[in-house]
Write a protein that binds this ligand. Structure first.
Ligand code: FAD
Length: 524
């Protein structure tokens, strides 16, 4: 098989973002994907009924909107079929079944604060101050997000010199639960904000999560909540077309079995069918670190200290139980038209519910009263369903193991029927009977079969604990996307800045272009 300048294992968004950035600088790149389609965590399939397009995994594209290297190729990607659609006004709904009006997060900060003020004027004012803070740090945040991580001392060093800085550092160090308890007074608002902050699968009492509020709250108003017309997968499809149009190749149904090492350098990939694809200048693994180093490279090629770090890498214990529905009509939520106008909803009742929820997860018990995330993307993008019809995703986090020894394959149907759907119906009572035209369930069993990078059904490429963030992600000394074998690079959610549809593969490409002397990076 032919040689390329660079060969990349895995065909998810980050591999393709890396490939597209390299291709933009005239390198020939081959992307090797095990599945029949590229996309990985951004796959769209008609899993319920013909004509109903369901985003099976990642669906809301927030962080990619502030990736400058992605923006540079976006006009070309649009020529290859990518078209982002953004809600103009209503973004997220938080319905309330306990007598309150619910909260709607609008693109517009004033309307959002009005909605929060119906519960507490003080909390609305606090929300606004967090939003306004962002302007001071926006440029620095975007740069830090899309650069190799700064040293662990950089943030404390910048903030520790005066009292306001120290106060901020203290807030940044708090757990998400401590932060909402300190900053808000109303229980429903606390639960809504806590639930939102835990979306990247951090735990409520995990310290160091306080800073996420100062990014998450403003970012939704600045960058919105875009989705690709036709489904999440239109992004990786357009990227694959871009790579091929620039002289590259995207191989599908091609499973990597080995990273070839010759003369002490990574020289390409061997596939399970025996073929080899050679990378003259570099090889990239966009696969999780355990697969990359223990299976594809082999422990015998690793320094024992490094092998120990790989073995100790934690994916966490949280998975998801998700239902995909084909619907005859859109969901009508409690709290009126403005609530139903939002395309997606985070449904949570109280801080007490959050506490019980995470206690049950820790004990391997299916959450008895789960919070829900739901998205009806067809409200924004009617092309995803037959005329007048809709799709709905709704899910909750669950432990990826069960204390009673059963598996999610055993209990998912029952959990959907007895817990998930009844919970949704408390808030959107019309989702019942003949309105539900089709259903498809997802859980640990389906996730780990579909994508080897969803290790044990986890969704985020590695736990977001302090010991695995920034300069420690994936391992101390290896946070700059270079593996311990010459000409082998890493990209994906186990690298900074972590899991999401952010196209962070562009950072790996920037490091490589710098190392190759092709284009100096501006982030060192
Ligand atoms: C249920 C769920 C919901 C999510 N929701 C959101 C969301 O709404 N917004 C958001 O921003 N993020 C979301 N995420 C996270 C996001 O989807 C991922 O972080 C992101 O897609 C990771 O992209 P990636 O390209 O690094 O890796 P992946 O997309 O995981 O790609 C890895 C690819 O490598 C392939 N592969 C694995 N082993 C081999 C092998 N041996 N040979 C060849 N190929 C191989 C896999 O098939 C896969 O295609 C969600 C994730 C999940 C699971």
């Amino acid at each position: 098989m032919s040689d390329f300048d660079v060969v990349i294992a895995g065909g998810g968004v980050n591999a393709l973002a890396c490939a597209a950035t390299l291709a933009r600088w005239n390198l020939s790149v081959c992307v090797v994907e095990r599945n029949a389609n590229v996309g990985g965590g951004a796959i769209t399939e008609e899993v319920t009924l013909p004509g109903f397009k369901h985003d099976l995994y990642g669906s809301s594209h927030v962080w990619i909107q502030c990736n400058e290297d992605f923006k540079a190729i976006q006009p070309d990607l649009e020529r290859y079929g990518l078209k982002y659609i953004e809600p103009k006004d209503h973004i997220t709904g938080h319905p309330d079944r306990n007598g309150g009006p619910g909260i709607v997060i609008h693109k517009d900060i004033d309307r959002t604060c009005d909605s929060i003020a119906a519960y507490s004027r003080a909390d609305a004012a606090r929300y606004r101050r967090v939003y306004e803070d962002f302007e001071q740090v926006r440029e620095g945040f975007v740069k830090a997000f899309f650069s190799p991580p700064a040293p662990p001392s950089a943030l404390p060093r910048a903030l520790e010199t005066n009292e306001p800085g120290l106060r901020r550092l203290r807030e940044f160090s708090m757990s998400a639960r401590a932060w909402v308890e300190t900053n808000f007074e109303n229980d429903f608002i606390k639960a809504v904000m806590l639930n939102w902050a835990l979306a990247p699968q951090i735990l409520p009492d995990q310290e160091g999560a306080g800073q996420s509020f100062y990014i998450m709250i403003p970012a939704i108003h600045y960058y919105g909540q875009a989705i690709p017309e036709g489904g999440s997968m239109e992004l990786p499809k357009a990227m694959a077309r871009y790579v091929e149009a620039h002289g590259g190749k995207v191989l599908t149904n091609a499973s990597v079995s080995e990273i070839i090492v010759e003369n002490g350098r990574a020289a390409g990939l061997r596939l399970e069918d025996g073929r080899t694809v050679r990378g003259r200048r570099a090889t990239v693994s966009a696969l999780d670190p355990k697969q990359t180093f223990l299976r594809l490279l082999g422990e015998d090629r690793l320094n024992p200290d490094f092998a120990a770090m790989v073995k100790g890498y934690s994916f966490g214990k949280i998975s998801i139980c998700r239902a995909q529905l084909a619907l005859a009509e859109e969901p009508r939520f409690l709290n009126g038209e403005a609530m139903s106008a939002a395309p997606f909803h985070r449904i949570v009742d109280s801080m007490e519910q959050m506490t019980r929820f995470y206690a049950e997860i820790a004990m391997g018990i299916p959450p008895s009263d789960p919070f829900l995330w739901s998205a009806c993307w067809t409200k924004l993008d009617p092309s995803r369903a037959p005329e007048g019809k809709h799709t709905l995703i709704f899910d909750t986090y669950v432990s990826n193991w069960l204390a009673d020894g059963r598996t999610w394959n055993d209990i998912a149907e029952d959990y959907y029927a007895k817990t998930l759907l009844p919970k949704l119906q408390q808030y959107a009572p019309n989702i019942a009977g003949d309105v539900i035209l089709g259903k498809y369930l997802q859980h640990r069993g389906t996730l780990e079969t579909a994508n080897l990078s969803f290790v044990e059904g986890t969704t985020n490429g590695g736990e977001r604990i302090a010991a695995q963030l920034g300069s420690f992600r994936p391992f101390p000394g290896y946070a700059h996307y270079r593996a311990p074998v010459r000409d082998l690079y890493m990209t994906g959610p186990h690298c900074h800045p972590g899991g999401a549809i952010s196209a962070m593969g562009t950072i790996t490409a920037r490091v490589m272009l710098d190392d190759m002397g092709i284009a100096p990076a501006d982030f060192w």
